[in-house]
Design a protein around this ligand. Structure first.
Ligand SMILES: Nc1ncnc2c1ncn2[C@@H]1O[C@H](COP(=O)(O)OP(=O)(O)OP(=O)(O)O)[C@@H](O)[C@H]1O
Ligand SMILES: [Mg+2]
Length: 374
């Protein structure tokens, strides 16, 4: 784990980064995002001590990095920057192998360089003997990534590595990075200006402004619960709709559906529906476990003397889980042609209710908000 404890940094008496507290979990991708000049690069460079802290402490696995030899420290930390930082007069092979060669035998180096080229999706036979200028921007950036992974460091710092690339190349490199991360399980800290990029790749996002961390959370929580207007503006009001899989049933469900117990009289149940202006009741037992649904439609033209809710409940129902996404939900509703869907947990406890009109209201709200934005 990388931990920042009350870390500040000033340049010429001007505070650039102030009182940063941050814990970065192993094997995760953390994105630092924010406006230009906010201090993202400074925070990144303090991790490999290209910039020293003015006060506070940074630890890696509980070891204070200020007490470590910076050269050894940097060998454990890969670093990728926007301009790739490849040496123009060296071949791709030499660029990737530059650090490896200091410690490894030639055969080992060759083998590792080949493996790294495959990892970043470049054909070694075609590219290893070329010079950086003979590669496209995207290919150079792949080489930059290969070089950062060369010594198999635990931590990789990436400072806007993809921001100079066209959207298509950028997107495919993001995919590549996720694939590599899945295989190699590094701790990656990734600076970007692009919220869509952060949402796509990050386990956690830190929103940085004016040298402070404004919000540090999962992409899902940042989209759903921006802590203030700055984050809201940064995220964009409608961003959640670009990631509908992050909208969960529990975010939109009715939390306290109208219920009855199986032993209530039908007379009482019908009255309850009328009073609450609903056409279904969720029938639950004493433990709040859903037994079935009572539909108003099934109670017309019956003699309900002495009849109880349990005599008419529909026990064959389809339910959603709170953490199902709205995408799953729409599919369920569509394929089963249902209008009312209870939400239950894995043990069957009633948690809420989704109706077609809940969905419609929620969706139209988003569009209305979107219009206001213009
Ligand atoms: N070596 C330095 N000497 C003086 N000021 C510096 C130095 N490095 C950074 N700064 C200042 O610190 C502030 C934060 O810079 P930093 O590079 O960390 O921002 P950033 O968030 O990475 O910005 P960008 O998105 O433009 O890359 C800026 O105002 C910058 O001018
Ligand atoms: Mg920067």
């Amino acid at each position: 784990m990388i931990r920042f404890e009350n870390v500040s940094r000033s340049f010429f008496n001007k505070v650039i980064v102030e009182d940063i507290n941050l814990e970065i979990a192993d094997n995760s991708i953390t994105c630092l995002i924010g406006e230009s000049g906010g201090g993202k690069t400074t925070i990144l460079k303090m991790i490999n001590r290209l910039i020293e802290t003015s006060s506070g402490k940074i630890t890696i696995n509980n070891q204070d990095i200020a007490k470590q030899d910076p050269i050894k420290l940097r060998r454990r930390i890969g670093y990728v920057i926007q301009q790739t930082g490849l040496f123009p007069h060296m071949t791709i092979r030499d660029n990737i192998a530059i650090i490896l060669k200091m410690t490894e035998e030639k055969e080992k180096v060759d083998e590792r360089v080949n493996e790294l080229m495959h990892m970043v999706g470049l054909d070694p036979n075609e590219y290893l003997d070329r010079y950086p200028s003979e590669l496209s921007g995207g290919q150079q950036q792949r080489v930059g990534i290969a070089r950062a992974f060369a010594t198999d460091p635990e931590i990789i710092l990436m400072d806007e590595p993809f921001s100079a690339l066209d959207p298509v190349t950028r997107s495919s490199l993001q995919d590549e990075l996720l694939k590599i991360q899945n295989k190699t399980k590094k701790t990656i800290i990734f600076v970007t200006h692009d919220m869509d990029e952060a949402i796509k790749i990050a386990d956690k996002i830190a929103i940085i402004n004016d040298g402070h961390i404004i919000q540090y959370d999962t992409p899902e929580n940042i989209l759903k619960h921006p802590v203030n207007d700055f984050v809201k503006k940064f995220v964009g009001e409608k961003k959640i709709w670009r990631s509908p899989e992050l909208i969960k049933v529990e975010d939109i469900m009715i939390e306290h559906p109208v219920t009855c117990s199986p032993n209530f009289s039908i007379f009482y149940c019908i009255n309850k529906m009328k009073m609450s202006k609903v056409d279904t009741l969720m029938v639950i037992n004493e433990e709040n476990i859903l037994q079935g649904i009572l539909y108003a439609a099934s109670l017309t033209n019956i003699n309900y003397d002495n009849k109880k809710a349990k005599d008419f409940i529909e026990k064959d129902f389809i339910a959603a889980y709170p953490t199902d996404s709205i995408v799953d939900l729409l599919e369920l509703i569509d394929s089963h042609k249902i209008t009312t869907m209870p939400v239950i947990d894995k043990k069957g406890h009633l948690k809420g209710l989704i109706t077609r009109s809940t969905l419609l209201t929620y969706m139209s709200q988003q569009f209305l908000e979107g219009d206001e934005e213009k």
